[in-house]
Design a protein around this ligand. Structure first.
Ligand code: SAM
Length: 338
């Protein structure tokens, strides 16, 4: 039986690291989120001049652990300040990083407040900042977190469980017009109209599977081949609940300010809406002029703060995609502070 379970989870793109925390408050069998593009992240960091790196999305600590292990292997002492909104992820990461706790400081918080968190931690400047955006495997796997359209639970989707508004509030309280806009803007869902109408008609909707079923029925004539029909709507609601785009925008801009000269900002995104925003900010910050295209003479007085390490995105290798399906949509962008 354990072998069958291991095999299934392996296919579900998770690293198999069973720890059996019987005394944990999480009370779940724990499977770590498998970090994406680890080699590429490590190559992007200039370890020679690295003293402090901020991991803005600690998750279950995969990237932080790999960075610390690499630094140790080359005899370099570094410090990681790691941030995450999610207490459950932090609890798992603390266990996973148990051997490295003198090299890492972990803070529960929002990366949109990175400057404040860095300052409160007594750090002045940092040489690298990592963002591995979006949702972790732990969120999708643990039904009770209410992120997944494959398992039944109360609709929730909050990264930070102290936050008041959850997916249940959004789905049951927002107007049809607002829901349509959310689903269109954050999910790029062509059937946003029909889905929003159907949600409003079928309220109250408390469970993930009920919402998924309503979406499937609203999209009945829509041909879907590769994705579950609820994928985009669930993504949209999650992004809205967690204010993801605003946080990304604020977090990246603050991170750029914090970086030392020659410091690196490294960002992994997983879908086009995230990546467009990341690309826009990095490209703008690397240009001399950010005036609208129809203005003939520059009036913006903008000076670039970044140099892009490469113009195109890096993508995971076929081998990584084969081993970890979740990595298939990953896009890595790196820029250097000038
Ligand atoms: C893809 S996971 C990171 C996985 C991690 N790199 C690892 O190796 O385990 C993204 C993480 O970002 C966190 N997160 C999302 N938005 C955040 C925000 N605004 N501030 C801090 N953490 C955030 C989520 O809770 C989640 O744990």
């Amino acid at each position: 039986m354990p072998c069958v379970l291991l095999f299934c989870l392996g296919n579900c793109f998770y690293k198999l690291n069973f720890v059996g925390f019987k005394n944990s408050s999480l009370n779940i069998m724990r499977v770590y989120h498998r970090p994406v593009m680890v080699q590429e992240v490590i190559k992007s960091i200039n370890f020679e001049s690295l003293e402090v790196i901020v991991d803005c999305t600690l998750g279950s600590g995969g990237h932080s652990k790999a960075i610390l292990e690499y630094a140790k292997s080359i005899g370099k002492k570094i410090k990681i300040l790691a941030i995450d909104l999610d207490y459950e992820g932090i609890e798992i990461a603390e266990k996973r990083l148990n051997d490295n706790l003198n090299s890492i400081v972990i803070k529960q918080g929002n990366f949109s407040n990175i400057s404040k968190i860095v300052k409160e931690s007594g750090i002045n400047k940092v040489e690298a900042v990592l963002f591995d955006l979006g949702v972790s495997s732990l969120h999708l796997e643990k039904a009770v977190r209410g992120f997944s359209f494959r398992q039944d639970s109360t609709l929730d989707m909050r990264f930070d469980k102290n936050q008041i508004n959850s997916a249940t509030n959004v789905i049951n309280e927002e107007s049809e017009e607002k829901l349509k806009n959310i689903i269109r803007e954050f999910g790029e869902e062509p059937k946003a109209n029909a889905i929003a109408r159907s949600i409003v008609r079928n309220r109250p909707i408390i469970s993930t599977l009920k919402l998924a079923d309503i979406i499937v029925r609203a999209k009945k004539s829509y041909k879907h081949k590769t994705k579950h029909p609820a994928t985009q709507t669930f993504q949209a609601i999650r992004m809205y609940v967690n204010n993801e785009l605003n946080n990304i925008s604020l977090g990246i801009k603050e991170a750029i300010n914090l970086l030392k000269k020659s410091g690196k900002i490294i960002i992994i995104s997983y879908h086009s809406i995230e990546d467009r925003l990341v690309k826009k900010i990095l490209f703008e910050e690397s240009r001399d002029c950010i005036c609208p295209i129809n203005i003939l003479e520059c009036v913006c007085d903008h000076s670039p703060t970044l140099k892009l390490s490469f113009r195109k995105v890096l993508k995971p290798s076929l081998e990584e995609i084969r081993l970890n399906r979740r990595s298939r949509s990953a896009k890595l962008r790196v820029a250097e502070k000038i």
